[in-house]
Ligand binder design. Structure first.
Ligand code: PMP
Length: 432
């Protein structure tokens, strides 16, 4: 990794911290710099090839540099760079989302997930006249101020945690009313949400949740949990916001809202929607989103919905529609999860895999199934780091906190290779 080392020196002189937070946070053994990616592979400056399950933190649902995405971005860019709306491509994209996503009656485009979340908060506050949001421990909704400092996820300690005072703490029983914007509750506990909402509904503008807790343990919602949130929101006039930044276009064309059959008032799409180009969407039911149309909610941004980024989203969605890779992505993802589990049994390692297939996590721990993110906190992080580092040194890239993303570019052979490599790494780890 000599060239990467040299580049780290150079980067630290001009880039704050020199590398992305991922490297520092999870103690990757080497800060690598990359030259290019293609399909399921990525290459570093020292000429090493990696099978990539990070997909640049998730967006590359079609793999690196999908030719149709590149082609359309170039084609539409040649029409001129038309930003801030008012061009036909933006309408075409909106019509597509309207057709595919159950709640997408009206929408607006932004640059990333964090901005779209903030827009949803504004809409919810404007419509309800209330100030607070109910959110859940272990969920991530972006890095902008009010959300970042309200977060508590083990992967993201630097932004705040349950122990830090800027987080409204859940202790036992009902939380007290808070000065903060957020009431934070444990996830998947519908009874507690119900008690809280009954007590504080006059203050709560929205409940926001990831439909699957992808950022922490890939935990699925308990049966009836999302439906229960929907019913509470209906009863008390609260906005239900589904944050589909990860699940959108990953679990299926209609997102998790289609997968689970629960229609939110507002939801956020980003990452996979544009194959990594900076485009996101806040979509929602007409009666909520029309507050933007009426000028009661400001939504702006010079760079929004430019035709080059709209092109990336249109190309991505069209390829997903035409090739329908979902059945394969689920199958490959599940095979990978099963293969890792078998390798763990063979090597007597307490490796757990949990998730849906297109995305899942691996961690080390005695508890075979985690329903609450605090269960995953008890896992052996040092061992996970060694596992991830071992995979990395043998040419497999996985997100530092043990998150794996499968793309339409991955093949059966890729999965076999990952399982075999993982088995080799597991053999070298201490048994605890
Ligand atoms: N919500 C969720 C569920 C996310 O996973 C993320 C990013 N990881 C965001 C919001 C923020 O999106 P972005 O990084 O595009 O601003």
């Amino acid at each position: 990794y000599e060239k990467s080392k040299e580049l780290l020196n150079r980067a630290e002189k001009v880039l704050a911290s020199g590398v992305s937070s991922e490297f520092r946070k999870y103690n990757h053994p080497h800060a690598l710099f990359y030259t290019h990616g293609s399909g399921s592979r990525i290459y570093d400056v020292d000429g090493n090839e990696y099978l990539d399950f990070t997909l640049s933190q998730g967006p590359l649902i079609l793999g690196h540099s999908h030719p149709e995405v590149l082609r359309k971005v170039e084609e539409y860019s040649r029409e001129g760079q038309l930003y801030a709306g008012q061009h036909i491509r933006e309408i075409e994209l909106a019509e597509k989302l309207n057709k595919l996503i159950p709640s997408a009656e009206l929408m607006r485009f932004c640059l990333d997930g964090s901005e779209a979340v903030q827009t949803a908060f504004r809409v919810a506050r404007a419509k309800t006249g209330r100030q607070k949001f109910l959110r859940f421990e272990g969920h991530y909704h972006g890095w902008l101020d009010n959300v970042a400092y309200g977060i508590s996820t083990p992967g993201i300690e630097a932004l705040g945690s349950r122990e830090q005072p800027n987080v409204f703490p859940w202790t036992a029983g009902l939380p007290e009313s808070s000065r903060e914007d957020f009431i934070v509750l444990p996830w998947n506990d519908l009874a507690l949400v119900e008690q809280t909402v009954k007590r504080y509904h006059e203050e709560i503008a929205a409940i926001i949740t990831e439909p699957i807790m992808c950022n922490n343990g890939c935990i699925l919602p308990n049966e009836g949990f999302l439906e229960g949130l929907r019913a509470l929101c209906d009863r008390f006039g609260i906005a239900l916001i589904l944050d589909e930044v990860i699940t959108g276009f990953r679990v299926g064309l209609g997102g998790a809202q289609q997968y689970f059959g629960v229609t939110p008032d507002l939801s956020i799409f980003a990452k996979a929607m544009g194959s990594g180009y900076p485009i996101s969407a806040i979509v929602g039911k007409r009666e909520w989103m029309e507050l933007i149309a009426e000028g009661k909610v400001i939504h702006a941004g010079t760079m929004n919905s430019g035709n080059p980024t709209v092109a990336a989203a249109l190309a991505t969605i069209e390829v997903l529609e035409q090739e329908n890779p979902y059945e394969r992505m689920y199958r490959l993802g599940r095979r990978l999860m099963d293969g890792l589990r078998e390798a763990a049994v063979d090597t007597k390692q307490d490796l757990v895999t949990q998730g849906l297939g297109p995305m899942f996590v691996t961690y080390f721990g005695k508890k075979r199934q985690c329903n609450d993110y605090r269960d995953t906190l008890g896992n052996d992080k040092a061992k996970l780091s060694r596992f991830i580092a071992g995979l990395h040194d043998r040419g497999i890239r996985v997100i530092g906190r043990g998150l794996w993303y499968v793309s339409a570019a991955h093949t059966e052979k890729d999965v076999d290779k990952a399982i075999q490599t993982a088995a080799d790494v597991l053999k070298e780890l201490p048994i605890t």
